[in-house]
Design a protein around this ligand. Structure first.
Ligand code: ZN
Length: 58
């Protein structure tokens, strides 16, 4: 399973996303970023940075 912590990109945010694949986790994170942080237009480099922060958990 994959895991992404929003706090790795947005300091202070404690939301964590889990999914089967990187894309599944990042889709959730993007939706969260738009709703919770008003980040409706995430640059590709930020998305790639976030992808690099996705970890694999058991
Ligand atoms: Zn967040």
């Amino acid at each position: 399973m994959k895991r992404f912590a929003c706090g790795d990109v947005v300091p202070g945010c404690e939301d964590v996303f889990l999914g089967a694949t990187d894309d599944e986790v990042l889709d959730q994170a993007l939706q969260h970023a738009a709703e919770a942080h008003g980040m409706t237009d995430v640059p590709p480099e930020t998305l790639e940075h976030a992808r690099g922060l996705v970890t694999t958990v058991a």
